[in-house]
Design a protein around this ligand. Sequence first.
Ligand code: SF4
Ligand code: SF4
Length: 104
Amino acid sequence: MSDRVYPKDAGWKDMAAGGVIPQAGNAVEYKTGGWRTFRPVRNNEKCINCLQCWIYCPDDAIICEEQTIKGKPYDLDHCKGCGICANICPAKCIEMKVDTECEN
Ligand code: SF4
Ligand code: SF4
């Protein structure tokens, strides 16, 4: 976790000109999972572990350990439900389901 550059109550006058992000890696502090309407649900039986979804996920929300994602959960604090993983998946094994209808 990076140190926060701006205090939480910072206003627009406190921000760097042009909205420059002065510190790399601070996106982890913003839980984009709250934006989600749809949630990716993977069929691990059909997954061929090509890792295309892991490469393309813009939020690093696909957990990969020991070179596999099969059976691993999504990072739902950061998955915003964009559906890129489902769209890119060559095995078509990711279904986007209504988040509120999914079990946690
Ligand atoms: S829906 Fe989007 S944010 Fe969520 S895991 Fe797939 S690519 Fe990542
Ligand atoms: S893109 Fe599809 S087949 Fe490839 S690792 Fe992801 S879920 Fe599995």
